[in-house]
Design a protein around this ligand. Structure first.
Ligand SMILES: [Zn+2]
Length: 449
């Protein structure tokens, strides 16, 4: 770009001197030409085989998307002539085009933790800089998987590195999705790994989140995390899940004063609250404190379902991660994930019937980043959702939860976050695991023919 400007300047200066134009006109001419060159908008034309309207389920054949810089300028119906001059034409006539997917529950700084040993090794034997380098890889994997936005729910002991990753992506230092980050996450003292009881008591161990005791510390933690760049505050609302005759129960992690203080502080700072909550003991307390999404919720009961519908709270069911860890944890002596996986299909059907809003969240990072990020779609369809409903969880629903109105749907004025797959995902959901093309913010990050 720069060399072009130098050439233009040289030509104009020579021209002006030979024509003996005065300096003011020379500068005006120079200024207008340089700004035109510098701020010229880049037009990309994408020829689509079919474009999925994720709201209606309609497949619009042979449409053309005109992208100006990072924005969808227009979507032209089949047969319409493109009137603008394209800098680039992308031929996706053999593909189905969808909006970029959104994963509302990831851990880019975690590399799988089936057992507590897996977790402890990452916090004790891997430096935060090294984990952040691994995090750059996770971000790129998510993008290559077709996820152009993530809500990353906690660095699990890696400090504020998620804010660094988010910044590096925005600044174009590394490729990655647009990120909403939660930084450290919050739990009450003594209820999160690394657990003191597993090590010599005289050691000071790193923790996977920020611990608080009392409403004042709760408030302070929220303020500190927001000061460091948290978009969301993540709390762990319950622990110690167990099966009863009627379902599941657990121990709430916070006193009412603590969780209320967190919710109040989050609201006053105009941030949003996400709650890891598995049974009614965590779910109801979290919703009352203002949580906008319930993470996991494997043991929720009818009252939780009714409350979530009434208050329009999203559920991120994270189905695959539970399946993934169930066997390993059972071998290590804990069968609870096995029980959850047995009751999950019935719970999903019940929530679906009641009209609980569901946003796509995988908890990838809790399982290996080399494993698929699209398995939850398949489980949702297996449990009763149509493929379109499953796709909506990662598009319009997720965009609504994250308050990203310019994503989640391909329409004029929205951001050019676009993916392509071969075949019709409303007929076969599994093809979402084979994303062939990824554009984020008008820039192509994957193009496999
Ligand atoms: Zn998680």
């Amino acid at each position: 770009m720069l060399y072009k400007i130098y050439i233009i300047i040289a030509i104009i200066v020579v021209f002006c001197f030979t024509k003996k134009l005065n300096m003011r006109y020379t500068f005006l001419l120079l200024f207008s030409i340089i700004t035109t060159v510098l701020f010229a908008q880049k037009i990309t034309v994408i020829k689509c085989g079919a474009l999925l309207d994720v709201r209606s389920g309609q497949l619009n054949k042979n449409v053309t998307i005109v992208v100006k810089d990072n924005t969808i300028e227009s979507i032209l119906p089949a047969g319409a002539t493109v009137k603008v001059k394209a800098d680039t034409v992308i031929d996706l006539t053999d593909y189905t085009i969808l909006p970029g997917l959104i994963d509302c529950h990831t851990h880019v700084l975690l590399q799988g933790d089936i057992t507590s040993e897996d977790y402890d090794v990452q916090l004790l034997k891997t430096s935060i800089p090294y984990r952040t380098i691994q995090g750059t890889r996770s971000c790129n994997i998510a993008l290559q998987n077709g996820f152009t936005s993530l809500r990353d729910l906690g660095t699990e002991g890696a400090g504020y590195s998620d804010v660094d990753l988010k910044r590096a992506i925005i600044n174009g230092v590394i490729p990655g999705p647009r990120m909403s980050v939660a930084t450290l996450a919050i739990n009450s003292t003594g209820h999160y790994p690394i657990s003191e009881r597993d090590y010599a008591w005289e050691l000071t161990l790193p923790k996977g989140l920020q611990e608080i005791s009392g409403p004042e510390e709760a408030r302070k933690a929220v303020r500190q995390q927001i000061a460091h760049g948290a978009d969301w505050i993540k709390i762990y609302a319950d622990r110690g899940y167990y099966k009863t005759d009627g379902g599941y129960r657990s121990s709430p992690n916070f006193t009412t004063e603590e969780i209320t203080a967190i919710g109040d502080e989050v609201q006053r700072s105009r941030r949003k609250l996400a709650a890891h909550a598995v049974t009614r003991d965590g779910i109801i307390a979290a919703i009352n404190a203002g949580a906008l999404s319930i993470e996991h919720g494997f043991g929720m009961d009818d009252e939780c379902i009714a409350l979530m519908v009434q208050k329009k709270i999203y559920w991120c069911p994270t189905i695959y991660v539970n399946e993934f860890v169930a066997d390993g944890r059972a071998k290590a002596g804990s069968s609870i994930n096995k029980y959850f996986s047995e009751t999950e299909p019935g719970l999903f059907k019940k929530a679906m019937k009641a009209g609980v809003k569901i946003a796509y969240g995988t908890d990838i990072g809790g399982y290996d980043w080399n494993m698929p990020e699209t398995k939850d779609f398949e489980y949702m369809v297996q449990f009763g959702y149509s493929p379109l409903q499953a796709i909506q969880t990662a598009t319009i629903n997720a965009a609504d939860l994250l308050n990203q109105p310019l994503t989640g749907e391909l329409k004029t004025g929205n951001l050019a976050d676009i993916i392509a797959v071969k075949g019709d995902p409303t007929k076969n959901i599994e093809i979402l695991s084979q994303v062939k093309f990824v554009m984020k913010d008008g820039v192509v990050y994957k193009s496999m023919k």
